[in-house]
Write a protein that binds this ligand. Structure first.
Ligand SMILES: Cc1cc2nc3c(=O)[nH]c(=O)nc-3n(C[C@H](O)[C@H](O)[C@H](O)COP(=O)(O)O)c2cc1C
Length: 171
């Protein structure tokens, strides 16, 4: 199976997930495309995977624009989506809100592959936002008591493996 993994990423976590997914799908021909660099010819692939992070409750703008401008081609293709975010418990809400309805209904799989709130991955305003969210989760800052109902996100290997299984499974 020829698979294109098309992703957008600022801090590198969504890119890292694309690389881990490629490893997981090793027997297949998988190509990675960073949306900032390349716009692949979708007709060349049996399956397309789109990955993006959540920023301020929305899909990262590049991914949002991509889904909008390629809606017709994506609608006709076999497509799976993955999301990276800080609040993994909000994943269902993010998925419904960020993936256009017509694509959501036809998706082969939609998964949360985790996220990272590591400030060193970000610059400027992004870094400040990540620090603030991180402090909230940790409860009053790095040395405060961590909130019992929340934890810092990580990349979820088990979800990557399950997501890859769904991509492999052609009915
Ligand atoms: C400016 C900014 C806004 C964010 N907003 C949200 C948000 O609304 N909800 C959420 O769950 N995570 C949010 N995050 C966390 C990111 O989704 C998370 O850090 C993700 O792993 C980033 O992926 P990337 O490294 O590929 O850019 C935000 C991060 C930044 C930098």
């Amino acid at each position: 199976m020829k698979i294109a993994v098309i992703y957008a990423s600022v801090g590198g976590t969504t890119r890292e997930c694309a690389e881990l997914l490629k490893k997981e799908l090793k027997i297949h021909d998988v190509e990675l495309f960073d949306l900032s660099e390349r716009d692949p010819d979708l007709s060349k692939y049996d399956t397309i995977v789109i990955g993006f992070p959540i920023r301020m409750g929305k899909a990262m703008k590049k991914a949002r624009n991509y889904m909008k401008t390629h809606l017709e081609d994506l609608r006709k293709s076999r497509v799976a989506y993955y999301i990276c975010c800080g609040f993994v418990d909000c994943f269902d809400e993010y998925a419904e809100k960020t993936i256009p309805d017509v694509l959501y209904e036809r998706a082969v799989a939609i998964s949360c592959l985790g996220g990272s709130l590591e400030p060193s991955r970000f610059k400027g305003l992004d870094k400040l936002v990540v620090k603030a969210v991180r402090a909230e989760i940790l409860g009053g800052g790095e040395n405060g008591e961590q909130r019992k109902d929340m934890s810092l996100p990580t990349i979820m290997d088990e979800n990557i493996s399950q997501f890859a299984d769904k991509i492999r499974c052609v009915q």
